[in-house]
Design a protein around this ligand. Structure first.
Ligand code: SER
Length: 657
């Protein structure tokens, strides 16, 4: 068996031998990256250097980076997806390029001295070319040489050809084989992705794509383990791809997946970084589920005596999935808190809260004892403390936050879940009385969901998940839309309501922070209009008292610039501009020129918040919200302080009076 410790060590050693310097993992909370909530790849902290700034450690870097990708949250429970993972990465900052990068990946993967993976199991994808950039012929050539050297035939997949059985190199379009830019503009380029082919036996029968099942298909046959990005382009604000002056390599290898492959495990939960958490979940729940088949079935895993928390599809898969979800979410939560994220109803804090509450709910499905996350968190710290000493240093803080969230859940959410169950039954009863053939078909109104959110703190996504478990929900998009409208309505109401009336969910998403959040959008756009389009948001932190806003700009604001920015924000407030949002996919958001960076992948829906309307639109930003309804609710905007934050980044502290 190869352990996580050995794999990290081998990777670092291999690249050090090839002239790379090791750099430490950056925080999960990006320090100087525009608006991404979490560090989602090893390249995030390196963006300034990919753009040409000199790195003190040189032009060849290697790291193990903590990453969080919550876009994959619904896939957690399968064999390969996690919300937290470690990325092994190596970089060339204007130094080596495709040839060395591919050859080294190949050597590391296949050489007995390193990972010794059977080359027959490896398949790769490359960029097929389009109007923006040509086909990546160089990568194809290097791959063919690598494969052939080890006696493995390396045919390129040909769409026109009937029998492509032997194909090993697959040219694919931008959706699959292009990385970046991290923001709307920035460094990007074609990539080549390395997959392990688990063979036809795995899921192949059930693959809906059987004829066309190839790397990239998500039936489970192909596992992507490494992505080599060749950053030779820069995407401009006009959406053009121009060749960049500096050509970089950015690679990322998923540690848990690779470990699972190397050890012939069925899934990442058997690796040494997750197995102890899974084992502890099983012990605590007295549940002896073994994979898909249970050797020692214990009914308490499935049944709930009050009938409230039991899933509708009561089978082993449900249990296995719950175990995986708990293991995944507690691990991510521990790392997030260690890096300074606390449960709340906004941004990062909301995501953390969602993970913790979802884990607790799945714990309830498994009949875990109250407070079960606490000992699991201790296990996570034990597993990782040697490599990430910050976990041990922040142990008290981590455990304390988890305990608090568990207590809140016990107090309010359990009641909510019970009431929720009653409501679903009522809907079904009504269907029955109305003589409907399928009583499970129900439409849950956004108002109902909002009630559970504001009264019991049930996150929207969790409520939706519950509806799906208990019934057959109709028109969930409409439910979500109504919920968001309700959310906004109540924020406006809460300002006039007597203090304390809207405690619960909204108490945390306090009206002050929401107002400052909208002010941040006005501030960013004003800075861009006054200082220029090089200004991007590099981070923000909002408390009920003030807005702290980091942005890219080299110089101190002059008094005149500061005044102009303040005036521009105030002008938008006086204009009483409406604030609205629309959901669209990433590509559409880019097309309409919305600002912002996000963790989502191609095709995923994002919210675009617009301030203003018709021909008086001031700003458009991709953002999760929430926001106020109209800029007239903001009051007087003032910049209190303007100072340097780090190289090329300035920081503003602003208030609403
Ligand atoms: N940025 C690329 C990825 O995340 C390679 O590191 O896949």
């Amino acid at each position: 068996m190869i352990t996580s410790k050995e794999l990290r060590k081998k990777y670092i050693e291999f690249f050090k031998e090839r002239g790379h310097s090791e750099i430490p993992s950056a925080s999960l909370v990006p320090e100087n990256d525009p608006t991404v909530l979490f560090t989602t790849a090893g390249m995030h902290p390196l963006v300034p250097y990919l753009l040409g700034e000199l790195h003190s450690e040189g032009k060849r870097l290697v790291s193990v980076q903590k990453c969080v990708r919550t876009g994959d949250i619904d896939d957690v429970g399968d064999s390969t997806h996690n919300t937290f993972f470690e990325m092994l990465g190596n970089w060339s900052l204007g130094d080596y390029f495709k040839d060395d990068s591919i050859r080294w990946s190949w050597e590391f993967l296949t050489d007995e001295k390193w990972l010794g993976i059977d080359p027959e199991k490896i398949k790769v994808t490359v960029f097929e070319g389009d109007v923006d950039a040509p086909r990546d012929k160089e990568s194809v050539k290097v791959w063919q040489e690598c494969f052939e050297k080890l006696g493995v035939s390396a045919e390129v997949f040909d769409k026109e050809k009937k029998n492509n059985e032997d194909a090993r190199i697959f040219p694919l379009p931008k959706e699959d084989n292009w990385w970046g830019p991290a923001g709307l503009t920035g460094p990007c380029g074609p990539d080549t992705e390395i997959f392990i082919d688990l063979g036809k036996s795995v899921n192949f029968e059930s693959c809906p794509n059987a004829e066309n099942c190839r790397p990239g298909c998500n039936c489970g046959r192909y596992i992507e383990i490494w992505n080599n990005v060749f950053m030779e382009y820069y995407k401009t604000a006009e959406g053009k791809y121009v060749l960049s002056r500096q050509k970089n390599v950015d690679t990322g290898m998923g540690m848990e997946r690779t470990l699972a492959i190397l050890n012939d495990f069925d899934n990442v939960y058997e690796t040494d970084v997750l197995a102890p958490i899974v084992a502890q979940v099983k012990t605590l729940s007295h549940c002896h589920c073994e994979g898909e088949a249970r050797s020692n079935p214990v009914t308490t895993c499935k049944e709930s005596d009050d009938g409230i928390l039991s899933p509708t599809a009561q089978n082993d898969n449900v249990e296995t999935k719950s175990i995986k979800i708990i293991a995944d979410h507690i691990r991510t939560s521990v790392f997030m808190i260690s890096d300074g994220v606390f449960p709340s109803n906004l941004d990062r804090g909301y995501i953390l809260r969602r993970l913790l509450r979802r884990a607790i709910r799945h714990g309830n499905l498994l009949k875990m004892p109250n407070g079960f996350l606490f000992p699991l968190a201790e296990t996570v710290i034990e597993i990782y403390k040697e490599f990430y000493p910050e976990l041990e240093n922040n142990k008290d803080k981590i455990l304390d936050e988890i305990k608090k969230e568990e207590e809140k859940f016990e107090k309010t959410i359990k009641k909510g879940l019970k009431e929720f169950e009653e409501m679903i039954n009522l809907y079904k009863q009504r269907n029955l009385e109305a003589g409907l053939s399928n009583i499970d078909d129900i439409f849950i109104s956004g108002e109902d969901v909002f009630y559970f959110f504001s009264t019991f703190g049930l996150p929207l996504e969790m409520t939706i998940e519950l509806v799906k478990e208990k019934s057959n929900p109709i028109n969930l998009e409409e439910t979500k839309k109504q919920f968001n409208e309700e959310f906004k309505k109540h924020q406006t109401l809460s300002r006039t309501a007597s203090a304390g009336k809207f405690k619960g969910g909204l108490a945390d998403a306090s009206e002050e922070t929401t107002r400052l959040h909208t002010a941040a959008h006005l501030l960013l756009e004003s800075l861009r209009r006054v200082l220029g389009e090089h200004v991007f948001q590099k981070g923000s932190n909002i408390t009920a008292e003030r807005l702290r806003f980091d942005y890219s700009h080299a110089d101190k604001l002059t008094d005149e610039e500061k005044q102009k920015v303040e005036e521009m924000v105030s002008e938008q407030i006086q204009k009483k501009l409406p604030v609205s949002f629309e959901e669209m996919n990433l590509e559409e958001a880019k097309k309409i020129g919305a600002m912002g960076v996000f963790e989502s992948k191609y095709g995923e829906k994002v919210k675009v918040y617009t301030i203003g309307k018709n021909d008086d639109i001031f700003s458009k930003e991709i953002c999760g919200g929430p926001h106020i309804k109209n800029t007239s609710e903001l009051g007087k905007f003032r910049i209190k302080k303007e100072q340097s934050s780090s190289a090329g980044v300035r920081r503003i502290k602003a208030v609403l009076e």
